[in-house]
Write a protein that binds this ligand. Structure first.
Ligand code: ZN
Length: 193
């Protein structure tokens, strides 16, 4: 489809409490993946993620319970982090990509790391979440081709967070309750100097 025909307006991001965030998303067929509707949705989700801005967005977050995720992490997004924070998080730029019908496997359940984590559907809040250090994800890309991803560090965290969205799980479900904080108070009291 010609770019000018695509509606690239960003979509509203639904917030915690909306039932769509608690439903199990259904998988997409190859015919659906190739359809103009899903191709347009991918484009709209990319725009929505960029405008938010966020490093990942799952279709239920724009009100659609289908197994579709977009991810992109940019250097620009972690300029506010110190060298030490970047190193601890093992955070690197991740190019834009699409995951459809993903299956996530935790490589080693014993290797977990804890960091504060936020969500575009829990605007203004963050809390400490323990996540596996490395994961493997098998999925389809936007063309319906099978892909396998071996990820570690912050990228592995993004993948776990986004795949959870497809199963009706939010990061607050994993958050240690007493660490839940507004972003403002995170910056004031919890961010290591
Ligand atoms: Zn989220």
């Amino acid at each position: 489809m010609d770019q000018s025909e695509i509606n690239v307006e960003s979509l509203p991001i639904v917030q915690i409490g909306h039932p769509v965030l608690r439903t199990c998303a259904r998988s997409l067929t190859l015919a659906e993946i190739h359809s103009p509707e899903i191709q347009q949705l991918i484009y709209q989700m990319k725009t929505t993620m960029h405008q938010a801005p966020g490093v990942g967005l799952a279709a239920p977050q724009v009100g659609l319970p289908v197994q579709l995720i977009v991810i992109e992490d940019k250097q620009d997004y972690f300029t506010q982090l110190t060298e030490k924070e970047i190193r601890e998080r093992d955070r690197r730029p991740i190019p834009f990509h699409v995951l459809i019908n993903p299956k996530l496997i935790v490589d080693d359940k014993d290797k977990q790391v804890e960091f504060y984590e936020g969500c575009l559907s829990m605007k203004g809040f963050t809390g400490e979440v323990s996540r596996a250090l490395t994961v493997t994800v098998e999925a389809l890309n936007e063309k319906g081709e099978p892909i396998t991803i071996h990820a570690s560090g912050w990228y592995a965290r993004i993948l776990q967070h986004e795949v959870d969205h497809l199963h009706g799980i939010l990061c607050v479900d994993h958050t240690k309750p007493k660490t839940l904080t507004t972003l403002e108070n995170y910056k004031n009291f919890h961010r290591s100097p």
